[in-house]
Ligand binder design. Structure first.
Ligand SMILES: Nc1ncnc2c1ncn2[C@@H]1O[C@H](COP(=O)(O)OP(=O)(O)O)[C@@H](O)[C@H]1O
Ligand SMILES: [Mg+2]
Length: 261
């Protein structure tokens, strides 16, 4: 992996107005993500993870600070940086193949090239021969694969994932996490993942940015120096779990029982 940043997030501040005043959601958030890297933004619910990801993707504007992707300031969503949502965002009346093709409309590709590209990425996510199925005919895990294929087909510089596996059961989640590792190793896409799942963050990430809340800020960066694929039951993995758990626990006045993430 090269160490050149593909994206730089610089001193981002963001507040949302509420009834009388406004609440600061992000405070001086700065981080850089290297090309080909997978990073996680880990924090409890409401700490500003989605807001930060939305700002990185150009869906939301920072009050102050900048996001610079490939040397250019991000001011709106682009095809270079694609967001993958937890609820898949598929069109129910379109087949898997059509859903992937649809993302390519408006590109320079011909209809034949769009079809070929869509088929290729359905294969990449393990859905060879499944292109004619409709979203209601497939499991949540398969829907998310279609969504990943649609994102990959655009050949973006970067994919943003907002708790992409949170709606899946444990087995499907583990399976999809493995798929994501395999795909990322092949495609070398840069991935920024938001999660409240400590194990998921350790399993997938090269680096984890721990966010604390009120206002949302980067508390700590942790390098996960374990080769992939990782063994969740290994003591090295447990070491990072403990380290991260303590980061949150130390931030609390109450017992770990009251630790909501
Ligand atoms: N569009 C919005 N308008 C007002 N408040 C918002 C908006 N989006 C998020 N918030 C608030 O900002 C805080 C952070 O939200 P969010 O980024 O969704 O957190 P997370 O993804 O970490 O759960 C929450 O208190 C939420 O209620
Ligand atoms: Mg969120």
């Amino acid at each position: 992996m090269s160490q050149s940043p593909i994206i730089k997030i610089k001193n981002v501040n963001k507040s949302f107005p509420n009834k009388k005043t406004s609440t600061q959601v992000l405070n001086e958030v700065s981080l850089e993500i290297n090309r080909g890297e997978t990073i996680s933004i880990l924090g409890e619910s409401g700490c500003g993870k989605s807001t930060l990801l939305n700002i990185i993707g150009g869906f939301e504007k920072a009050d102050e600070g900048q996001v610079i992707l490939d040397g250019k300031i991000v001011s709106r969503p682009t095809r270079k940086c694609i967001m993958l949502f937890q609820n898949y965002g598929l069109f129910p009346w379109k087949s898997a193949l059509k859903n992937v093709e649809l993302g390519l409309e408006g590109s320079d590709l011909t209809a034949k090239e769009r079809r070929e590209r869509a088929l290729h990425y359905l294969n990449v996510v393990g859905l060879e021969g499944k292109g004619e199925l409709f979203p209601h005919e497939v499991s949540g895990g398969m829907k998310q694969r279609v969504a990943i294929a649609r994102a990959l087909a655009l050949q973006p510089e970067m994919i943003l994932m907002d708790e992409p596996f949170a709606a899946l059961d444990t087995f499907n989640r583990y399976h999809l996490q493995d798929e994501l590792l395999r795909i990322q190793a092949k495609e070398k896409t840069t991935i920024a993942l938001v999660t409240h799942d400590i194990d998921e963050a350790i399993y997938l990430s090269d680096r984890i940015f721990i966010m604390h809340a009120n206002p949302g800020r980067i508390h700590k960066e942790i390098n996960i120096q374990l080769s992939k694929p990782r063994d969740r039951s290994h003591s090295d993995f447990q070491h990072y779990r403990k380290l991260i758990f303590e980061e949150f626990h130390f931030n609390r006045e109450h017992s770990p029982i009251e630790f909501h993430i």
